[in-house]
Design a protein around this ligand. Sequence first.
Ligand code: SAM
Length: 250
Amino acid sequence: MRVDVVTIFPGMVEPVLAQSLLGKARERGLIDVQVHDLRRWADPPQRQVDDYSYGGGPGMLMKPEPIVRAVEELRTADSWTVLLSPQARPLTQPGVRRLAERPHLILVCGRYEGVDDRVRDLVVDEEVSIGDYVVAGGEVPALVLIEATSRLIPGVVGCDDSVRDESHAAGLLEYPQYTRPEEFRGRRVPATLLSGDHGRVADWRRAQALRRTLDRRPDLLSERGLTDAQRLLLAEFDLDGPDTANEARP
Ligand code: SAM
């Protein structure tokens, strides 16, 4: 997978890409991310990337020419150009999966009041929002998108199972997890997890994932509701009442 990020603040993006799983994935050649300074495509000598908004209004707008030139130079037949924008439907895990299948993403980061709208028609294939709120620029949203998609590339996350089981992978939230010590401030790790019975642990985790999703994000289940088997599973672990994990929270 190749990703090109077009931004007026490359220095905001580069250091994050060098860290942790992403940094390792880049070193190992699992993902190739290049960050480009948009000003490279702006007219010299000022290299201005913004201008006033026709019709008036507060703030500046990103000019169309540098962005369109950048995308036209970077794109190939396989490219998919994404404009980070709070005006799109918020990104979800199925959306991340779809984007992760693209061999080449070009991510365009807006700033100021956003971009001249003609950019959308001319070079953008899709707009992506990270949520129904506004941040100052597209750089952090681009990093969110890169982290979320790169985790789905085989080999990026050490154990592929952890990607398969986690929240939103199968429309559920992940089950609660615990590490040592067995008892902490009077709260014990659930006995099933200490039992060594792998089948029972797997059933407990499935039940807990259901319970947690029902309590916190019932909207994720609303379309299909619970099956009879799922209801039985909840009853088996006495989880057809309220979420027990909530008791640990203040
Ligand atoms: N005036 C714009 C509006 O009301 O739609 C918001 C502009 S915002 C301050 C500047 C840039 O930040 C946007 O062009 C976009 O690239 C990025 N941005 C802000 N919020 C975002 C979000 N929720 N998701 C993705 N990108 C976002």
